[in-house]
Design a binder for this molecule. Sequence first.
Ligand SMILES: *Cc1c(COP(=O)(O)O)cnc(C)c1O
Length: 389
Amino acid sequence: MKIESRLAQIGSIQEPVTGAVSFPVYQATAFRHPRLGESTGFDYARTKSPTRAVLEEAAAELESGDAAFACSSGMAALQTIFALFSQGDHLIVSLDLYGGTYRLLERIMSRFGVTTSYVDTNDIEAMDKLLQPNTKAVLIETPTNPLMMITDVEAVCTWAKAKGILTIVDNTLLTPFFQRPLELGADIVIHSATKYLGGHNDVLAGLIVTKGKELSAEMAVLHNSIGAVLGPQDSWLLMRGMKTLALRMERHQYNATRLAEYLQGHDAIAEVFYPALPEHPGHDVQNRQSSGNTGIFSFKVKDARYVEPILRHIRLIAFAESLGGVESLMTYPAVQTHADIPEEIRRAVGVDDRLLRFSVGIEHADDLIADLGQALEAARREIAGEVTA
Ligand SMILES: *Cc1c(COP(=O)(O)O)cnc(C)c1O
């Protein structure tokens, strides 16, 4: 069955008692045993919970994995994955990384003796040089956020397999609707389901999807032992959001392309970073490994003085962190999402004071263009001294 149909039907035929089309929220944390040595399959909700189980089954299937684990946030999912590693282990990680993942690795995992090297994951030679006998995994984001750099997932997986290490892919920005890293050879996929999968800026959640029996069994132990699991209400909200994922992603992609093209032609804009644009350096790899583009892109204004007035004058587009929801949000990575990344690393990858990130929602593209247009014009007038702020 096509992915659109599978998404729309999540949970709809799994409730045998009443036939409820929307799978119920099972709030119970304890489950009665029929008799000694017998179980309904549910014992205690941290280990397995009915509403969460339906979500996890759907997530595993959508990502072509063997098992999925719903967590209380994307960061909880990453922490659960990192618990695979032990003191003395080493990780190789994408250079232009989500700020929270960087903070978790540098402030917390480092205290447990897990070290990390950051690299452009398209540069296999550089990754070879960083490889140590204790290297256990490579973690990639593609596209990266905020600079939208594309990594060839298959190339990294082939390299990692040859070296006997795991490949972990953060698939938050594309979702299984557009990209399925496990089909390209990855071992683990992680999602901040708070973003596109939930899609409405109203539920915080994370997902882990694993490939392979042994790895899936190990992850089940970690998920249950750490206990950062997703509650029943949030599991239901996430499933509810996922049912419309296909429609939303198509519209996000369409709108982002329209807006990126608009900004490319605007004389206040220096550069637009969006893999759907033919001149993007990752365009061909992106087209090969994904069936579409995310709704996020970033752009640089020519003059940093534009940033403050743009963020003050946008009306329909909200100045807010996060991404992937139906509402358009704009953020300033250097002082918000990426503030925890040291300035020299930020500058080296290009996250500077002229960069804005745009999570394009599902509003009408004409309205978004009009809003951004008036904000840019208001900013221009202030900078030119025609009006005062
Ligand atoms: C938001 C985000 C995370 C963290 O997820 P939370 O749900 O906020 O904990 C991890 N990776 C990426 C790419 C993200 O955008």
